[in-house]
Design a protein around this ligand. Structure first.
Ligand SMILES: Cc1cc2nc3c(=O)[nH]c(=O)nc-3n(C[C@H](O)[C@H](O)[C@H](O)COP(=O)(O)OP(=O)(O)OC[C@H]3O[C@@H](n4cnc5c(N)ncnc54)[C@H](O)[C@@H]3O)c2cc1C
Length: 503
């Protein structure tokens, strides 16, 4: 069939986070006519970019290569880092787009009424938890052993992977907290150390239902006891989204909150937003949260209602990370550790006597673009300490930003295949994947785009990335399609016969 004979199918993508933009980019590369609808005034979703004001006379490098220096600095504010050795697809994407990243140290600092816990190897003499840490190590060794027993492919795998699931593994249904208690881990250790560090990982303080199966993976990414290293953008995440959408920018509609998706009598859909604007498309991808997707479907089937209506989001049970204040007021940091935190730590968590958790991302301590500015840049969630109003640069609410990691949501992920593609409606993004992570949402967009007929958009000889793609495809769709050598049908993005993009 000649490329010209292929009908350009139109696809409406609802949600401009990495999941939706990845689907749109993959489809666009294969000749589909895509439109992205995003509720916010910029695409990026949780990986949003914020423009900070700098004091007079201070200039910063541009957030996007080629733009000029400004007296503002653009940074990511929520999604800030990724584990390089696990994010095979994301790393490859950045290489393809020419977006620079660099590795930075990751360290957590926790204060609570019984002392401090800092991941820089400086112990707090008040904190007597040594035997707890050795119990924690025994617990990790135990879960690792069980996981390997039930997932033999883990033993054969030559690279780290986030995408390994064995339905038969009992660790899938054992809550980590319960198992930890059986291993003699105290409630205090869980509430002060585990929650102190990992609330920022899971975007919630309610983590008792997290399945134990995840523990080795978690330790491989964010070890509890010691600092780790992760990649971050050399500039700001906006650069990635700008480049992904460069080929169809006029079809990216921000400030469009989609409220209705109605089937048309002759086939296809009418997609309407809350301001009454409407567009037509042959197929639709929901890349937003499950609740908005369900609300937009005028007449959902009982299965769609059951699956989409039951996805649990972190803020359904815990509002700690629902609101953030973007500011420069360092007085919220404990005076005796202030300089240490500002210099060296990425995340500061303060747990009050009443269990209140206040969490601050210290962007200026580590993001490359902030280097040398001498300006503290802080994002505080659930703030209780007063923040000087003159030092507040923004307030952001992020409802339904992350789904909860629990058995119910994992079951929904596995059952979503029953509604994927039915009547031309598809789903990707966070809640269709087993964990909350940028690589997972990115890959989910590619999985759905490929199921709709697009080519695999990256190098099909990259074994680690292809392996991850296959694992997520199997989980999302219950099948794998062969990734044979593919030739792009678009003239503007040529491929070799082996499927590599030519730059
Ligand atoms: C505070 C926080 C920190 C995180 N840190 C990291 C990190 O450091 N590293 C990492 O890998 N992952 C991190 N994550 C997870 C990461 O955000 C996700 O894995 C990924 O970015 C989610 O992408 P997504 O496209 O699935 O969803 P989102 O980014 O949530 O995008 C969904 C988009 O849909 C839009 N939308 C919703 N409803 C509608 C509608 N009706 N019409 C139109 N648009 C709509 C939303 O505005 C949003 O832009 C973090 C998450 C949070 C909340």
């Amino acid at each position: 069939m000649s490329p010209n004979a292929i009908k350009k199918k139109s696809v409406a993508v609802i949600g401009g986070g990495i999941g939706g933009v990845s689907a749109a980019w993959t489809l666009h590369r294969s000749g589909f006519d895509v439109r992205v609808f995003e509720r916010a005034n910029a695409i990026g979703g949780n990986a949003r970019t914020f423009s900070w004001r700098l004091p007079k006379g201070v200039t910063a490098p541009a957030a996007v290569e080629g733009e000029s220096e400004t007296n503002r600095v653009e940074t990511g504010i929520f999604v800030l880092a990724w584990p390089t050795n696990f994010y095979h697809t994301y790393n490859q994407l950045l290489d393809l787009l020419g977006v620079e990243s660099e590795v930075m140290p990751i360290k957590y600092f926790v204060t609570h009424p019984s002392g401090t816990f800092a991941q820089d190897g400086v112990p707090d003499p008040e904190l007597r938890l040594d035997d707890q840490f050795s119990r924690w190590q025994r617990l990790i060794a135990f879960v690792t052993k069980v996981n390997r027993l039930f997932t033999p492919s883990l033993r054969r795998l030559a690279h780290d992977s986030l995408y390994h699931i064995s339905y038969l593994n009992p660790m899938n249904i054992v809550p980590l907290y319960r198992l930890a208690r059986l291993f003699g881990i105290s409630r205090e250790f869980w509430e002060r150390i585990f929650v102190g560090v990992h609330s920022a990982t899971f975007i919630t303080t309610k983590m008792k239902d997290i399945p134990a199966v995840l523990l080795p993976l978690l330790e491989g990414i964010v070890p509890l006891e010691r600092p780790t290293a992760m990649s971050t953008w050399r500039r700001a995440p906006r650069e990635v989204f700008d480049r992904l959408t460069a080929g169809f920018r006029e079809h990216v509609h921000t400030d469009h909150r989609v409220t209705k998706v109605e089937p048309l009598p002759g086939g296809g859909y009418r997609v309407s937003d809350e301001k009454g604007r409407s567009y037509q498309a042959d197929q639709v991808i929901f890349a937003c949260n499950a609740k908005d997707a369900l609300a937009a479907l005028g007449n959902p089937s009982p299965l769609e209602r059951m699956l989409l209506g039951n996805v649990e989001y972190v803020d359904d049970v815990d509002a700690t990370f629902q609101r953030a204040v973007l500011h420069t007021d360092t007085s919220i940091l404990p005076s005796e550790h202030r300089e240490r935190i500002l210099d060296d730590f990425n995340t500061y968590t303060d747990i009050g006597r009443d269990g209140h958790v206040e969490c601050t991302f210290v962007l200026s301590s580590h993001l490359p673009i902030t280097r040398g500015l001498g300006q503290p840049l802080l994002v505080t969630f659930n703030s209780r300490k007063p923040i000087d109003v003159a030092k507040i640069q923004g307030k952001i609410s992020i409802p339904r930003c992350n789904h909860s990691l629990n058995l119910k949501n994992l079951a929904i992920v596995a059952l979503m295949r029953l509604i994927q593609g039915r009547r031309g409606i598809w789903y990707c993004g966070g809640f269709t994947t087993p964990e909350g992570g940028h690589d997972l949402s990115l890959l989910s967009g590619m999985v759905v785009a490929r199921a709709m007929g697009a080519h695999y958009p990256l190098d099909p000889t990259n074994q680690a990335a292809v392996h991850d793609f296959r694992m997520l495809e199997g989980l999302m769709l219950g099948r794998n399609t062969p990734l044979q050598a593919e030739v792009s049908i678009r003239g503007d993005i040529p491929y070799t016969a082996a499927g590599h993009a030519i730059h």
